[in-house]
Design a protein around this ligand. Structure first.
Ligand SMILES: *[C@@H]1O[C@H](CO)[C@@H](O)[C@H](O)[C@H]1NC(C)=O
Ligand SMILES: *[C@@H]1O[C@H](CO)[C@@H](O)[C@H](O)[C@H]1NC(C)=O
Ligand SMILES: *[C@@H]1O[C@H](CO)[C@@H](O)[C@H](O)[C@H]1NC(C)=O
Ligand SMILES: *[C@@H]1O[C@H](CO)[C@@H](O)[C@H](O)[C@H]1NC(C)=O
Ligand SMILES: *[C@@H]1O[C@H](CO)[C@@H](O)[C@H](O)[C@H]1NC(C)=O
Ligand SMILES: *[C@@H]1O[C@H](CO)[C@@H](O)[C@H](O)[C@H]1NC(C)=O
Ligand SMILES: *[C@@H]1O[C@H](CO)[C@@H](O)[C@H](O)[C@H]1NC(C)=O
Length: 425
């Protein structure tokens, strides 16, 4: 029924010529850097140029990180004609000069604005000035726009975000359009024809609980990520402290496999060595950039661990994620977790090691808050009609029954007692 309406609706769209996004960008998730997680409002043009230099110096550009994105606080004032200018104290050379600098290094340049009267940091927003701002960005050579949702006058999201889509389109310059409305209006249901990515949750914080919290909100929307339009669980906190090495590996791996944009958020001028090793793991990056563009799905979740699996253009990937406070043995069952059978070759993408060929399952000890990322090749599909969400729900129901069985038993006994007391006198 639902799909019939969708088909009908799309047919009407085609007939009356409603535009989708179609800017040709984001066939794989964008990779780059954004200033917010580390620097928030304390940015200036020299800092951003140094970051551009560091992209090259540390080999990040060569492995795919190409967007150099500034977040809020670059804005100055609008002039009498309504044109926005960069802050003349922190960006005195203007944004065009900075974009030119990024381009001269072989990078792409991204900017920030807000679908509201003011940005989240209280600078000037774009609501009501969409056409003019989009033209300005295009004239500066901007390649990416992150578009926030503060001070929005309570106007519904979709319409506000569509106006900017059309304004960007009218410039004729392909500009990656990153919708940042924090998941409040279920953007995964409408944003595919509006933006190249959409935030699915509130802001990520610098701590383990924030990562767990975001993942919790993701397991039901994994099917909406695909080439040209990606779920965005927010920018990476790898390298910003407050997370152990294993936690950072888990964070990076899960974001990569969820097909999130991979936007680094640390000070790459002074990268901690272990951070570089994590974000430069090209085998994990290859999962993110796989041409099939399918997110992993959660297929089992217990109090102690989660298993996420998904298809790749040349095999499968499985993530064994230990949420517990101590090492946990996690068993991957090829039948139930992957819907494949036969002889399966396994490669560990953090140990960079082939683990051999297995028939039914593969078990691993995974450290506290750590992860094993396995690439599986070979085997054949068991069922055409396998639904990972159903699979997860059946596990979830079982976990629920196990966890609450004692309560339910007590509840039943209590009810039974009342029943006997009042009705069986
Ligand atoms: C503008 O939209 C049209 C129609 O969807 C599309 O074909 C074109 O590529 C878009 N151009 C840009 C620059 O986004
Ligand atoms: C903004 O960044 C500065 C410098 O890194 C830091 O001292 C400050 O606490 C940050 N403020 C917020 C609100 O995160
Ligand atoms: C800088 O911007 C402020 C506020 O927009 C303005 O009053 C001032 O004249 C500008 N200074 C220069 C040198 O352009
Ligand atoms: C507008 O912003 C507020 C927070 O500032 C948010 O709660 C709300 O969901 C946003 N959207 C609308 C349509 O009000
Ligand atoms: C680190 O995480 C803890 C616990 O989540 C939090 O209380 C603390 O504020 C965080 N530190 C920073 C710098 O964000
Ligand atoms: C897998 O099963 C087949 C058939 O039972 C057997 O011949 C083969 O040796 C097994 N392979 C491994 C790696 O256990
Ligand atoms: C995998 O799961 C299936 C279905 O629950 C079960 O029959 C099978 O024994 C499991 N295999 C292993 C190796 O645990």
């Amino acid at each position: 029924m639902n799909s019939m309406f969708t088909t009908l609706f799309c047919l009407i769209c085609v007939i009356i010529g409603v535009n989708g996004l179609n800017n040709g960008l984001g066939r794989t998730p964008p990779m780059g850097w954004n200033s917010w997680n580390k620097f928030n409002c304390t940015i200036n043009e020299n800092l951003i140029k140094q970051i551009a230099d560091a992209f090259i110096e540390y080999g990040l550009k060569d492995i795919g990180y190409k967007y150099l994105n500034i977040d809020d606080c670059w804005e100055g004032e609008r002039d009498e004609q309504g044109y926005i200018h960069a802050s003349n104290t922190t960006f005195p050379s203007g944004i065009k000069a900075l974009a030119d600098y990024a381009h001269s290094k072989g990078l792409l340049f991204g900017i920030y604005s807000d679908a509201g009267f003011l940005t989240c940091a209280g600078r000037i927003g774009s609501l009501g000035f969409e056409d003019q701002d989009a033209m300005t960005y295009a004239s500066w050579g901007v390649d990416y726009l992150k578009y926030d949702n503060c001070n929005n006058g309570s106007i519904p999201e979709q319409g506000r975000y569509e106006i900017m889509r059309d304004s960007l389109n009218a410039t004729g310059r392909p500009i990656f359009y990153s919708i940042c409305e924090w998941g409040t209006s279920q953007p995964y249901l409408w944003a595919d024809s509006v933006g190249n990515s959409w935030r699915t949750t509130g802001d990520i914080a610098l701590g383990w609980s924030s990562i767990i919290d975001i993942l919790q909100q993701h397991h039901k929307i994994t099917q909406y990520a695909g080439p040209g339009g990606w779920n965005d669980p927010d920018m990476l906190q790898v390298g910003n402290g407050n997370l152990t090495i294993d936690e950072q590996k888990s964070h990076f791996s899960l974001w990569a496999a969820l097909k999130s944009p991979l936007l680094l958020g640390f000070d790459i001028r002074n990268p901690p060595a272990d951070t570089l090793e994590i974000v430069k793991n090209t085998e994990i990056i290859a999962i993110n950039q796989d041409s099939l563009g399918k997110s992993v799905n959660i297929v089992q979740s217990t109090k102690y661990f989660d298993i996420w699996t998904g298809e790749l253009s040349d095999g499968h990937v499985a993530l064994l994620f230990n949420k517990a406070e101590s090492t946990t043995t996690i068993k991957l069952n090829f039948t139930t977790h992957l819907n494949i059978q036969g002889e399966i070759s396994i490669r560990d993408l953090w140990e960079h090691e082939d683990k051999g060929v297995y028939n039914d399952s593969y078990s691993r000890d995974v450290p506290k808050h750590g992860i094993a990322v396995l690439k599986l090749t070979g085997g054949t599909k068991i069922s055409e009609f396998y639904d990972f969400i159903d699979q997860y729900n059946s596990y979830a129901l079982r976990e629920f029954l196990i966890n609450y069985s004692v309560f339910m038993l007590i509840f039943i006994i209590v009810i039974f007692q009342y029943y006997i007391r009042y009705f069986c006198k």
